[in-house]
Design a protein around this ligand. Structure first.
Ligand code: HEM
Length: 126
């Protein structure tokens, strides 16, 4: 029998929905992040991030069915991401993760990944 996935352990789709919705509420009000988003409506971007994270943590593969291989660094290449943008992204995500109130070991696992992923998205220095 398969061990429970991280996706299931944190409560499945409703948990990811909550975290990513809270994250985008911060993005909408953030003077560094908001201007980076090309579309007026943040809803589609919210859905893409939610589906990506659900898939990454062992949930349904809807992200790749719709978008193909994630190739996240490549998809972020059009945006200038330096330490300032990374910090703004992590600040917004920290609030969202805190409010999800996950069991500590799961929260730490999620946060470690998000920090690592945000670092790896940096494509602009100086
Ligand atoms: C897309 C910014 C880090 C996952 C985007 C978009 C922007 C952006 C402006 C385009 C909006 C859209 O149309 O979807 C940033 C900034 C980051 C960051 C400033 C700071 C480091 C991350 C990280 C992840 C991530 C760490 C994953 C853990 C995604 C995904 C998409 C996306 C899945 C949609 C890709 C697609 O299917 O087109 N990001 N991002 N981003 N980002 Fe980020």
């Amino acid at each position: 029998q398969d061990p429970q996935t991280f996706y299931e352990a944190v409560g499945g789709e409703p948990t990811f929905r909550k975290i990513v919705a809270r994250f985008y509420a911060e993005v909408a009000a953030d003077e560094v992040l908001r201007p980076m988003y090309p579309e007026a409506d943040l809803g589609p971007a919210e859905e893409r991030l939610r589906l990506f994270l659900m898939q990454y943590w062992g949930g349904p593969h809807t992200y790749s069915e719709r978008r193909g291989h994630p190739r996240l660094r490549m998809r972020h290449a059009p945006f200038s991401i330096g330490p300032l943008e990374r910090d703004a992204w992590l600040r917004a995500m920290r609030i969202a993760v805190d409010e999800a109130d996950l069991p500590k070991p799961l929260e730490e696992q999620l946060w470690q990944y998000l920090q690592m992923a945000a670092d790896s998205m940096i494509n602009t220095w100086g």
